[in-house]
Design a binder for this molecule. Structure first.
Ligand code: MTE
Ligand code: MO
Length: 381
């Protein structure tokens, strides 16, 4: 059995697919802490979790258009490169697909709004490793990552593949990380043990888990999840007429906001209720405002933003005031008047004044749904 060496998992997760394992955090648990606990963090796998016999055996290859190809042990990564820490949200491009599939059915993991999570990641900066390998920035334009898992979709039986522009990788302010720690703990097997990429600001699909190889290349990755998935195709394209080459692979996140508490179709009595959720920015530097409407979008009230929290005696750096981009999510809350039956709506506006569309833009893969989040509330009896 290919799936007989899977790690133990919390039963509180909402499992959307067992093999490969795909599970999301129950949305109402998300705003309970600024960082999602590792064992409640959503898991998006495309294959069985690879088994590493011993940590000593692990090697990362760095090759392609570089002067000095490298073969690094985990110990090398931890001792020869400075340790960098970044708080970043990870969101699957398919987060909130279920809402989009109400417009027209979509094949794909039926995520609610729990396929996003915030964590503090530590590891070596990808930039430092690429510099040590003597990357040729004038010759290479992309950095490809290969994972040790073997998704059936990768036709030539390679591992999971994705790439990012070399420019992003070499920009220290972009903080692209080869992470070995998540929330101060060693990565768990579901989240990429022993090493994964974290690409702040990009969709989760580019943050390759179980990283085994880095290849500096001229062209972007030909991997399945770059060329035949994770694309925001025009609404007119269906499986019958899809032209994958028409559309580039998704990279950047877009501004997002979700109501986590109450859950959709909750029965509530009339009166005040503290609504809670998360928001994250796309190309903007940070979330400027979150607004809620309880009267069908006629009036919008501003929610209170909760921008950080202490973890293990560590203060969140004042990135925003320092003029750097905030890769983290913000949590927000607002007490509203509940008069069921009703709909609570939420939308965010980021510092670049980007906001969300009122309705989802349907697309074949059901990705990048960042429409106004609408939660239906029912009367108690
Ligand atoms: N990396 C590998 N090697 N294999 C995968 O299946 N899934 C990607 C990405 N990295 C994946 C991967 C996708 S689509 C997402 S959304 C994130 O990992 C999810 O990371 P998580 O499971 O730690 O939440
Ligand atoms: Mo994803």
């Amino acid at each position: 059995e290919k799936y007989d060496k899977e790690p133990p998992r919390r039963k509180e997760l909402i499992v959307n697919c067992e093999k490969p394992f795909n599970a999301e955090t129950r949305p109402d648990l998300l705003p309970r802490s600024f960082y999602v606990p590792n064992d409640l963090f959503f898991v998006r796998n495309h294959a069985p979790v690879p088994v590493l016999r011993s940590e000593e055996e692990f090697r990362l290859r760095v090759e392609g258009i570089v002067a000095y190809p490298l073969l690094l042990s985990l110990q090398d990564l931890k001792t020869k490169f400075r340790k960098h820490t970044v708080t970043a949200v990870l969101q699957c491009a398919g987060n909130r697909r279920t809402e989009m599939s109400r417009i027209k059915p979509i094949q794909g993991v039926p995520w609610l709004h729990g396929a996003a999570g915030n964590a503090v990641w530590s590891g070596a900066l990808l930039k430092d490793v690429l510099m040590a390998a003597g990357v040729y920035p004038n010759k290479a334009e992309h950095v490809e990552f290969e994972g040790a898992d073997l998704p059936p979709e990768e036709e030539n039986r390679s591992g999971y593949l994705a790439s990012i522009p070399l420019k992003k990788a070499l920009d220290e302010d972009q903080e692209v990380l080869l992470a070995y720690e998540m929330n101060g703990e060693i990565l768990s097997r579901d989240h990429g043990y022993p090493l994964r990429v974290i690409v702040p600001g990009f969709v989760g699909a580019r943050s390759v888990k179980w990283l085994s190889r880095i290849i500096c290349k001229m062209d972007s990755s030909e991997g399945f999840f770059m060329t035949k998935d994770y694309k925001y195709l025009p609404s007119s394209m269906d499986f019958g007429n899809v032209d994958w080459s028409s559309t580039p692979p998704i990279m950047n996140l877009s501004v997002q906001c979700a109501i986590c508490d109450p859950l959709p179709d909750t029965k509530l009595s009339q009166g005040p209720y503290k609504v809670r959720g998360y928001a994250l920015t796309g190309k903007g530097d940070h979330i400027m405002r979150v607004e809620l409407s309880v009267n069908g979008s006629k009036d919008w009230q501003e929610a209170k933003l909760i921008k950080g929290e202490k973890i293990a005696n560590r203060e969140i750096p004042k990135r925003i005031t320092a003029g750097l981009k905030d890769w983290s999510w913000v949590l927000w809350e607002l007490v509203v008047d509940i008069k069921p039956p009703m709909v609570i709506m939420a939308r965010a506006i980021d510092s670049a004044c980007n906001t969300q569309p009122e309705v989802p833009l349907w697309n074949l893969r059901g990705v990048m749904n960042n429409s106004w989040h609408k939660v239906n509330i029912l009367p108690l009896t």
